[in-house]
Design a protein around this ligand. Structure first.
Ligand SMILES: Cc1cc2nc3c(=O)[nH]c(=O)nc-3n(C[C@H](O)[C@H](O)[C@H](O)COP(=O)(O)OP(=O)(O)OC[C@H]3O[C@@H](n4cnc5c(N)ncnc54)[C@H](O)[C@@H]3O)c2cc1C
Length: 242
């Protein structure tokens, strides 16, 4: 019996098209190192000539192709950019079951990485980091490291290890351990408002549901919407947020 259309090997042309399209859409770099720097957090260093000469600002994102499909990308925030040397670093939280986490756990020295960007994600140009509180979680540490806000308030899996890591990055930060049912959220709000003045801005990142709850708390505390910038980085209800 001859194989059905689904069972036949893809023809060389069928295989070539995604590869050629990929080259048009993505730039590529090489993994220099992948180190565990905290619970589930990996510092991934990318290097290569295609990273040279690109404009990058804190708050920009890179979209990394984390699986073979053309559109399987995940967004990460570079911690910095060596424009002349062609090098950047990502701090990736790698504890979910999604392809982005799997990629971060597996990728190793010498592996090729396809990427799009850097692209604008959070427009921080109008904000003074010295009078801004950055709120988020493990996925926000890269943004904190590059933008250096006055204070970071982060919900984390392991408070002690996270606090150590944040101190090593010389960040003024409060790590609040996640508790079931959002019991830690009041502690986050208290930390956010403790040193805030009447002009202090709040940049909310990380988990969508937490951001929703914190927005309500800030509103109740009388913080005007113009002082708040919010951008969800991930959600239990969605995959591959961009
Ligand atoms: C602009 C932007 C910048 C970002 N920068 C960073 C960064 O610098 N570092 C970083 O680590 N992440 C960053 N993220 C978040 C990262 O893109 C997501 O965590 C990503 O979705 C993870 O991909 P995944 O394939 O593992 O999970 P997905 O396939 O996207 O999601 C599958 C499921 O995994 C769970 N999940 C996803 N992310 C998390 C998480 N962080 N914690 C717990 N459960 C999770 C959810 O239940 C989700 O439904 C950024 C996101 C955006 C939009």
């Amino acid at each position: 019996m001859s194989p059905s259309a689904d069972e036949r090997e893809p023809s060389p042309v069928t295989r070539l098209v995604p590869r050629l399209l990929g080259r048009l859409i993505f730039r590529s770099a090489t993994v220099h190192a992948n180190r565990i720097v905290g619970p589930g957090l990996r510092l991934i260093t990318l290097q290569g000539p295609q990273l040279r000469g690109l404009r990058w600002q804190p708050g920009d994102k890179l979209q990394i192709r984390v699986a073979p499909g053309l559109m399987t990308t995940r967004a990460f925030t570079p911690t910095g950019w060596d424009e002349r040397g062609g090098r950047t670093q990502l701090l990736v939280h790698s504890l979910s079951w999604g392809p982005g986490s799997v990629w971060a756990r597996k990728v190793d020295h010498g592996d090729r990485v396809d990427f799009i960007g850097p692209r604008r994600s959070l427009d921080l140009a109008a904000l003074d980091p010295a009078d801004t509180v950055l709120v988020g979680d493990e996925t926000s540490v890269a943004l904190a490291a590059s933008w250096r806000p006055a204070l970071c308030v982060l919900e984390v899996i392991n408070g002690h290890s996270a606090q150590e890591m944040l101190e090593a990055l010389a960040l003024d930060a409060v790590a609040v351990e996640r508790r079931d049912g959002g019991l830690h959220l009041d502690d986050m709000v208290a930390a956010m408002l403790e040193q805030a003045g009447p002009q202090t801005r709040f940049v909310l990142t990380g988990r969508e549901r937490t951001i929703g709850s914190l927005l309500q708390s800030l509103r109740r505390a009388g913080v005007a919407p113009r002082r708040i910038l919010a951008k969800s980085f991930w959600s239990e209800q969605r995959t591959g947020m961009d």
